[in-house]
Design a protein around this ligand. Structure first.
Ligand SMILES: NC(=O)c1ccc[n+]([C@@H]2O[C@H](COP(=O)([O-])OP(=O)(O)OC[C@H]3O[C@@H](n4cnc5c(N)ncnc54)[C@H](O)[C@@H]3O)[C@@H](O)[C@H]2O)c1
Ligand SMILES: O=P(O)(O)OC[C@H](O)CO
Length: 327
């Protein structure tokens, strides 16, 4: 039984998971970069930047990442920062990560290495006890204790048991392919942006679900090539998270696609500070697909529009012609 957990990243998912697991452990330390967040957690008992109305459980403490982290006595550390920050963050704390369990939640791909976060964390920490956690998980629902499903990616049976207890608040399924679980989270963000773009041009239900099916078919084509877990397609990290993020306007990635398609924001858009993981990963997915000779026209559609090479309507129309030509 784990007694102390560190959560790196006091943002929406870090706060949500800290609250969720705090019922299962003695102490949770939430590590944030911003003093106002750390002070609000410790003094106001809320994360005023993300969930100001949510009272945090008493065994959650916050610390500044710039202070001494005292990570060594954390039996598990959950990394809930954007994927673009993971390598540098883990490199900074690598000496304190030697024999703890590292749980990666980030749904992004490193570029240009095309590595998933578990690869990056292993490279930086040299610690092989890395688990991936991914599923249809809006943080603002988890933080209030609503039910959610998640996939735990590990091929280690004792880690699986420990994760089952730590994430007792979740309905869990499991995969022995850590990387495949992560790639599901990366891919679904790309298709969420694509579906937002599509829905900004095509407004009927038939058109939406035709495109959704095309996206899921392409995602499964990629996973059949890459995943060791041949049952990944029906797991929370795959079907569940794909549908949650592509269909629900609360998704940042879907909303990004909608805003671009409706010309509310231009590409390449200003970095708003919002965590849009799909926009940072799509180029890597396109390159991975090319490397494995996998035809992924929708991922290319998303990349073309995000890189400013094309507008949504022209690219969507091209996609329709391309799909029609496959008869
Ligand atoms: N929000 C969700 O619903 C959700 C659900 C599942 C997975 N995720 C994934 O979790 C990851 C984090 O997303 P989020 O939604 O929590 O983003 P967020 O923008 O809400 O929070 C990210 C936090 O990380 C902090 N941060 C960045 N670099 C840091 C560093 N080096 N050290 C410490 N803190 C640092 C930022 O200040 C911010 O507070 C993403 O990969 C996302 O895809 C998010
Ligand atoms: O807001 P999004 O699009 O980053 O999605 C959040 C979570 O990944 C949903 O599972």
């Amino acid at each position: 039984m784990i007694s102390k957990v560190g959560v790196i990243g006091a943002g929406s998912m870090g706060t949500a998971l800290a609250q969720s697991i705090s019922t299962r452990v003695e102490e949770v330390i939430l590590y944030g970069r911003r003093r106002e967040v750390v002070d609000s957690v410790n003094n106001l008992r809320c994360n005023k930047n993300y969930f100001p109305s949510l009272h945090l459980n008493p065994n959650i403490r916050a610390k500044l990442t710039s202070d001494s982290l005292d990570l060594a006595d954390c039996e598990a550390i959950i990394i809930t920062i954007p994927s673009s920050e993971v390598r540098s963050a883990v490199n900074t704390i690598r000496d304190e990560l030697s024999d703890t369990i590292l749980i990666t939640v980030a749904k992004g791909l490193e570029y240009p290495s095309l590595k998933t976060m578990s690869d990056v964390i292993l490279e930086e920490s040299k610690n092989p006890n890395i688990v991936s956690f991914s599923g249809p998980n809006f943080a603002d629902e988890i933080v209030y204790g609503h039910l959610a499903g998640a996939t735990i990616g590990t091929d280690n049976s004792s880690l699986r048991e420990i994760m089952s207890d730590l994430f007792r608040e979740f309905i869990l399924d499991f995969s022995d392919d850590v990387r495949a679980v992560e790639l599901c989270g990366v891919l679904k963000n790309v298709y969420a942006i694509g579906t937002g773009m599509w829905d900004s041009v095509y407004s009927n239900y038939n058109e939406h679900y035709m495109f959704l099916n095309m996206c899921y078919k392409e995602m499964c084509t990629f996973l059949r090539e890459i995943s060791r877990d041949k049952d990944i397609f029906t797991k929370f990290c795959c079907f569940g998270d794909f549908n949650l993020t592509a269909n629900v306007d609360k998704s940042r990635n879907r909303t990004l696609g909608l805003m671009i398609g409706k010309n509310i924001i231009k590409t390449p858009y200003l970095d708003s500070g919002v965590t849009f993981e799909g926009s940072k990963s799509v180029k890597g997915i396109v390159e991975l697909a090319d490397r494995h000779n996998i035809d992924m026209p929708i991922a290319k559609f998303v990349y073309d529009v995000l890189s400013g090479n094309n507008n949504v309507r022209k690219t969507a129309d091209f996609l329709v012609k391309y799909e029609s030509s496959k008869r």
